[in-house]
Ligand binder design. Sequence first.
Ligand SMILES: Cc1cc2nc3c(=O)[nH]c(=O)nc-3n(C[C@H](O)[C@H](O)[C@H](O)COP(=O)(O)OP(=O)(O)OC[C@H]3O[C@@H](n4cnc5c(N)ncnc54)[C@H](O)[C@@H]3O)c2cc1C
Length: 453
Amino acid sequence: MVEQNGHTPANEKWDVVVIGSGMGGLSVAAALSRTGHRVLVLEQYETLGGLTHSFSRNGFSWDVGIHYLSNVAPGEPERKVLDWLCDTPIELVSMGAIYDVLHIGDTEPLLLSRPFEAQALDLKERFPEEGEAIDAWFDAIHKGKEAAISVLQSRAMPQPVGAFMAWWKNSAIKQWCGRTTAEVAADITDNPELTAVFFAQWGDHGGRPSKASFAVHALVSFSYLECGAWYPVGGSSEIANHILPVIRQAGGEARAGVKVGSVLVDDGLVVGVRTVDGDDIDADVVVSSIGARETVDQLLPEDLGEDDWIDEIRSFRSGISHFSVYLGFEGDIEAAGATKANHWIYPEGEIDAVWNEAPSGSPPGMFVSFASLKDPNHVPGPQQHHSGEIMVWTDWSTVARWADVPRAERGEEYVKFKKEVEAGCISRACHAALDGNDHGPYGGCVLWPRRNA
Ligand SMILES: Cc1cc2nc3c(=O)[nH]c(=O)nc-3n(C[C@H](O)[C@H](O)[C@H](O)COP(=O)(O)OP(=O)(O)OC[C@H]3O[C@@H](n4cnc5c(N)ncnc54)[C@H](O)[C@@H]3O)c2cc1C
């Protein structure tokens, strides 16, 4: 959803200013609007929605950061919260029993289904000798998820109660949160192929198996196995389309194209924000939803001084980075191998790796998804238009040299880099998920139904 660029009237005063219009910012803004506050949301980008926004080119459209959602089956507490944040409920459609397909090395693709019992059977059929290890893995997923929830609950409670809960659950928290996914798997099996399967969906939370807490892996895996995988009918921009009216109905606004430069502090109290264009906006409360590190590094005034919480936030390690290649297809993509289920592709069987040397070599792993197959409202038209995306994990260092250079000034070297990354992704992903087709109308693939030819 695009709104006209933010114009800031003089002497504005809001109950709350929310910085950033992603799922986090919109959720807090809608909740505050529902409880009687006038909220102004400020978004630096030209489109509202953050990682839930969608974009279109030449008749194709793509979501930038949503491929499937969990915990949103009818009746789930999270679904009730989502419905409450929206003017009318977002329509969500199930992706069905099979939601992910693994392509590891040269082995046959492994279809992962839900719920737990079904996926245990999928794995036991592939690894008949490993029944005990597979049961132990699913048991660990249950326990890891419980431990993760204990941590979240203990942090959400008043300090003394939270501290008591953390003490009470200490041994489970240590066992499941204090070990990495790789450590937990190593205690369960020494079969490298099965371990690769256990690890394969780590991109869902972005923590490499050798580095991330197992509890996070368990929490995310559990949610899809238990509650299924869902997709918003009409695409992910429907999320903002349904939340923004709630903010407006309470007298609030959301402005795109307004970058906040700093938080204004007076006598130790936050009193508003200053945009990069120099406009001041007063507010009783300011909520930053652009990330903790970004808030501390980019928005806090320099004279705020040092504090433990600032140092703690600065000590967080950065997450992994990714490349996305957006694909437009013409043709019968299902006949060529595309599915509603997402594809996780590891051509060499190496799972715990990112494409550090991009654009040299080729990506060790990738995630391929076909949004138009998930969306019952998608109209392919006579040319059978479909959209897809390849995501590849990398390290920030591969692109850091261009970070502070405006897009239009990055030059030929940057264009060449992008083309090489694109080629590296397309050739490998299309081979695994699309029957080898790799040329196309929109930076992507023309799909010839080769299986039927
Ligand atoms: C490629 C990718 C795929 C993903 N796939 C899935 C998935 O399939 N399922 C799932 O559940 N989750 C998925 N996620 C995770 C999910 O999209 C995010 O966790 C979630 O959308 C983050 O919301 P947010 O509000 O915290 O941040 P964001 O959506 O990043 O919002 C932050 C906003 O703040 C704005 N901003 C930053 N600085 C300023 C400033 N100074 N002034 C004004 N505005 C500013 C940014 O432009 C941005 O719009 C994916 C994430 C990525 C990156």
